[in-house]
Design a protein around this ligand. Structure first.
Ligand code: PLP
Length: 405
């Protein structure tokens, strides 16, 4: 059967595009994880030190979270059976939303199937074609897709450039449409922190809606991992806070926090909420247990940050460009090692893997041309020995490839 499909001419244009990627050296194969997500694990049959996951706090395989998932499965089954608005709102979904709202110190919360759908579903449903979106140039793809779906006019400001954001706002200040300012709390490719406080000032000054995507800040920044709004002390000034349950929280999902009416509106209008089935009870139970852990075991976050400080210091000592000159300097557990050339970066990533370190190469179009990098992400679970071994491998491999002299 598969042979007949690949003989049909209908999708030949896709094969041509793939051939082109292969020629340019940017075609990839998925690496297959054969055991569980951890600081050391097995991809494609090879044991590696893992510097690539978003499992910041090791919660993907925490015993209490596993137990919560198993218990919920035993009690409530494996699926919710419907979208939330038809018959698929289980009590455990409501418990999770209340838990997050309390944690974030807001009136209400709605959980989506992913951070992606939270962003895309929210931006697209709250704005229309007469409105304006003022967006950082490095904002996440899900924000960009939501902005496009909304049909609002999109005005992009230079990365973290608040003065440029204000220029963009001024240009449309007299237009009747609503204005939305939107930034990532932590930028996923550079690890720098968005100027949330200053953008809040702008939002207040111009009466704009303020929205922050805290996917990489949840569980990482702020008291007990409450995120960038807590980090900057901007409680009550951000109309829409998005977070993910898929990174530090260790499971899957996204959420939006805000006023009771915002959440009620999203219940009625956000298309992924209305047209896609809700989480299995195991996922909701896992996330509830994860927020308990954030509240009860903040030392995980301390370990994450002490590993981060050590790793950054050592990368700098070895002589890697970890940003600050050619790109913004990272301020979080995401530390890019800037290489520049796309192919050289991919070769470095491959050689690192062969030498026992998993660190993803990221090139154009995910990052600008000439800014290709290896992205490293710390977790609370890496031991000092593992970090030292990874650093040694990074140094030796970089010297072998002429990246360091
Ligand atoms: C990962 C990410 C998302 C998407 O979250 P998922 O839960 O994985 O869908 C959204 N925004 C940013 C900034 C992210 O890094």
């Amino acid at each position: 059967m598969s042979t007949t499909l690949s003989q049909r001419p209908q999708l030949k244009h896709l094969t041509a595009i793939l051939d082109n990627l292969k020629q340019r050296g940017t075609h990839f194969k998925l690496r297959i994880l054969e055991d569980e997500q951890g600081p050391v694990c097995t991809y494609d049959g090879k044991k590696v030190i893992n510097l690539a996951s978003n499992n910041y706090l090791g919660l993907c395989n925490h015993p209490l979270l596993r137990e919560a998932a198993l218990e919920a499965t035993k009690t409530y089954g494996v699926g919710s059976g419907a979208v939330r608005t038809i018959a698929g709102t289980m009590k455990i979904h409501m418990d999770l939303e209340e838990k997050i709202a309390r944690f974030k110190n807001v009136e209400a919360c709605v959980v989506f199937q992913s951070g992606f759908t939270a962003n895309a579903g929210t931006v697209s449903s709250i704005l229309g074609k007469e409105d304006f979106i003022i967006s950082d140039e490095l904002n996440h793809a899900s924000i960009i897709d939501g902005a496009r779906l909304s049909r609002a006019k999109i005005k992009v400001f230079r990365h973290k450039d608040v003065a440029h954001a204000e220029e963009q706002l001024k240009e449309v200040a007299n237009e009747p449409g609503r204005k939305l300012i939107i930034t990532d709390g932590v930028f996923s490719m550079d690890g720098d922190i968005g100027p949330v406080d200053k953008l809040c000032d702008l939002a207040d000054k111009y009466g704009a809606i303020m929205m922050v995507d805290d996917a990489h800040a949840s569980g990482v920044l702020g008291r007990n991992g409450r995120g960038s709004i807590d980090h900057f002390g901007c409680h009550g000034r951000v109309d829409i806070q998005v977070g993910t349950l898929s990174k530090a929280i260790g499971a899957l999902g996204g959420y939006v926090c805000g006023s009771r009416d915002l959440i009620d509106y999203l219940y009625h209008r956000a298309r992924p909420f209305l047209f896609s089935t809700s989480h299995p009870p195991s996922v909701a139970a896992t996330c509830i247990a994860a927020f308990d852990l954030l509240e009860n075991e903040p030392e995980r976050i301390d370990r994450l940050w002490s590993n981060t400080r050590y790793f950054k210091e050592q990368l700098g000592r070895i002589g890697f460009d970890i940003g600050g000159v050619t790109t913004p300097a990272s301020e979080t557990p995401i530390t890019p090692i800037i290489i520049g050339d796309g192919k050289k970066t991919m070769d470095f990533s491959k050689a690192l893997f062969d030498a026992g370190v998993m660190a993803t190469g990221i090139a154009f179009p995910t990052v600008p041309e000439g800014k290709a990098r290896i992205r490293t992400i710390m977790t609370s679970e890496h031991t000092k020995d593992q970090l030292d071994q990874a650093l040694d491998t990074l140094e030796k491999t970089a010297k072998k490839l002429g990246i360091l002299s």
